[in-house]
Design a protein around this ligand. Structure first.
Ligand code: C5P
Length: 421
């Protein structure tokens, strides 16, 4: 058994747009991008025409590992061109940082002008996403009535505008106007993202999720397994961690990256999965069995490699313990047990019986068709069945989307059950 502890870092996996305008401080922005990347953020750059005079597109593309965005008009001669990228870039972002922000761009933003990617992102960013603006210019310019008026308009619109710092300026004079250092900007961004994180009832709860297949050894080189990819369980882990839960993901052999902020325990067999899960039975708040645990294992796996001398080979299989049922049958009323039922037919009755026999609080039923639902594919069609019999059929969703709906339903069940943390 192998454990990797992920650390919940506020910037990990976050999508950040850095908007760069035409001021001398732009030369510091590759360093800012570096710091963001080091924290695990995905960074895309919106560079104004003026900004490109102070910092090279090539430097920014290299440090961000992405093409730099300038014009709202995409090239029309390239295959795979996103013709609405002036919208999709803003919608992609979790936050927009404009550093340095010039007097010209401040005026455009406050007036709602939209003639380049930076100003387009400002307009298309989804509501509630933080916008941090770092004006940097000569002190006299900064204090001019028009700049101050535009800053006031942006602040009233919900932007966080940070006063420039004092020190040596490009003009050779000392005064106010300097852009804060990249590490200060990074700190301000972390604070803003921390504040904007929606608070969920799952916050700080301990959620244990089993995912993926198990492998049951026949001999030293062969095993019995199934086609589970682990994608659904990993999507649930990712979504629960985003809601602030303390997530432990007990994963069978799959080829997937650990979602940010998730503690992962790698296991091979059902017995190993059971052993890992059992240690959380007393302490977890929610147990979600998303793993396709092999029902049987060979009674006595052969030590070496079985030779193919005989025409027939008999394997004796014994039943594996039911991990989820073992949890739910001993759980306290403040804990929830959630399971999956994967069937060939759309047979809700069978799923209901499973919910009853395993004493679950909620079961997610899905049919496997190898195209839109079930193992391996990236989408799923779930029907969520609660203990009282209420069934909610979800539409075809990405597994990430289905995971969000499942967590919404778990939050509701928790409320209905009257569990208080
Ligand atoms: O295999 P079955 O259809 O009974 O699985 C239903 C649920 O029980 C799933 O959530 C699965 O993860 C869980 N399960 C388990 N241990 C087993 C078999 C199934 O935790 N040995």
């Amino acid at each position: 058994m192998q454990s990797t502890r992920g650390v919940l870092i506020v910037l990990k996996g976050k999508n950040i747009i850095v908007g760069i305008c035409g001021g001398i401080a732009a030369y510091k922005t590759p360093q800012l991008v570096r710091l963001l990347k080091k924290e695990g953020a995905n960074v895309r750059i919106a560079l104004t025409e003026g900004g490109s005079r102070f910092v090279s597109e090539l430097s920014l593309a290299t440090v961000s590992e992405e093409a730099v965005y300038r014009s709202i008009f995409p090239p029309t001669n390239k295959e795979g061109t996103d013709f609405t990228h002036h919208i999709s870039l803003g919608e992609w972002a979790d936050a927009l940082v404009i550093a340095p922000a010039t007097a010209n761009t401040l005026a455009k933003l406050s007036a709602g002008l939209c003639d380049d990617m930076l100003t387009a992102c400002f307009i298309t960013l989804r509501p509630g996403k933080p916008i941090l603006v770092f004006p940097a210019m000569d002190g006299g310019m900064f204090l001019s009535p028009s700049v101050q008026r535009n800053i006031a308009t942006l602040s009233a619109g919900g932007c966080q505008v940070f006063n420039p710092e004092s020190g040596e300026l490009a003009s050779g004079q000392c005064g106010t106007g300097r852009m804060p250092e990249p590490d200060t900007i990074l700190l301000r961004l972390k604070e803003a993202l921390g504040r904007s994180a929606p608070s969920s009832p799952l916050h700080e709860l301990s959620v244990v999720i089993t995912a993926g297949p198990t492998r049951e050894k026949i001999d030293g080189v062969r095993f019995i397994s199934n086609f589970s990819s682990g994608k659904m369980g990993f999507a649930i882990a990712r979504a629960a961690a985003k809601r602030g839960a303390r997530v432990t993901l007990i994963a069978g052999p799959v080829n997937l990256e650990t979602p940010p902020g998730v503690e992962r325990i790698n296991v091979e067999s059902a017995m190993e999965m059971y052993g890992a899960a059992e240690s959380f039975f007393g302490s977890c708040d929610i147990f979600i069995g998303a793993a396709a645990v092999a029902d049987y294992r060979p009674l006595s796996p052969y030590e070496g490699k079985i030779k193919k001398n005989a025409e027939e080979l008999q394997l004796t299989l014994v039943k594996n313990p039911d991990i989820l049922a073992a949890f739910s049958l001993q759980k306290s009323p403040r804990q929830l047990a959630i399971g999956f039922a994967l069937e060939k037919e759309h047979d809700l009755e069978h799923a209901r019986k499973k919910l009853e026999s395993k004493a679950l609080d909620l079961i997610a039923f899905n049919v496997f068709d190898h195209k839109t639902s079930g193992f391996e594919v990236d989408t799923n069609i779930l029907t969520l069945i609660e203990r009282e019999g209420q069934a909610t059929e979800l539409p075809l969703l990405s597994k990430d989307g289905a995971a969000e709906k499942l967590l919404d339903a778990i939050e509701t069940v928790r409320l209905k059950t009257g569990i208080k943390t």
